[in-house]
Write a protein that binds this ligand. Structure first.
Ligand code: SF4
Length: 233
């Protein structure tokens, strides 16, 4: 039987964090995660218990159950201009995220997206084997989960996590090592004629702890969630 993919949502935006921050990308959010069931009543018992993403079901923007061809077509349609025949503007880039995309992203889908002109990235918790041929692997370990992925393009560790101190990942081979403050932002309302709305304060406890760690251990770089600061998806 042909593979079916359960997709929560698909949208075109800028990557907000890590080594590819600022890069236009189609985000394809796969449903389900193996470290939390996504429900509040399961959070306390979950291996990963600080998740702020809704990955349940298929009810988001362009969410649904797709076969391979349908999914590639929908992703292609989000990129400006045609992605076929090398005519696209820039290098089309798709970020497979979740939930845990490794539950569903397989060799066939990676190949089909690449044939459609895309560079394929994954954001994974690293606990499941990955499909072959993925162009950019962002590994983001969670809690005390056991990793099977030990090589990646970027290691992006949310900090601090009691069960996942950075030293636990000294053996991971990566081109980039990022620490990203666990979200504890306080909204700060800016009252100004020129600037309306709110921005997130950077003077948070976790940001301060993270930059202090980076300064003491310069292998690690600070990753900020710039998309949250400018309030895009
Ligand atoms: S591993 Fe990722 S998607 Fe899964 S619960 Fe944790 S943060 Fe959420």
């Amino acid at each position: 039987m042909a593979a079916q993919y359960r997709i929560k949502e698909i949208f075109y935006t800028l990557q907000g964090e890590g080594a590819q921050a600022g890069r236009p990308a189609v985000f394809c959010r796969f449903s389900k995660c193996n470290l939390w069931n996504g429900r509040e009543n399961g959070r306390a018992a979950a291996v990963c218990n600080f998740c702020d993403t809704d990955f349940i079901g298929t009810d988001g923007h362009l969410g649904g159950v797709y076969d391979l061809e349908q999914l590639v077509t929908v992703i292609q349609q989000q990129w400006p201009g045609s992605t076929a025949n090398g005519q696209a503007q820039g290098k089309p880039y798709v970020v497979c995220t979740g939930g845990e995309p490794a539950l569903q992203l397989d060799d066939e889908l990676v190949s089909a997206l690449q044939r459609a002109g895309f560079e394929v990235a994954i954001e994974t918790n690293g606990t499941l084997p990955l499909a072959n041929g993925i162009d950019w692997v962002c590994l983001s370990p969670k809690g005390e989960s056991e990793l099977v992925v030990i090589e990646c393009d970027e290691l992006k560790l949310v900090y601090p996590q009691a069960d996942a101190p950075p030293e636990r990942f000294d053996h991971i081979q990566a081109d980039h090592y990022y620490l990203q403050p666990m979200a504890d932002y306080e909204p700060v309302v800016i009252a100004s004629d020129k600037l309306q709305g709110a921005v997130e304060s950077l003077s948070t406890t976790n940001t301060h702890k993270t930059l202090q760690y980076c300064l003491k251990h310069p292998r690690w770089k600070l990753s900020l969630q710039t998309h949250k600061m400018i309030r895009i998806e």
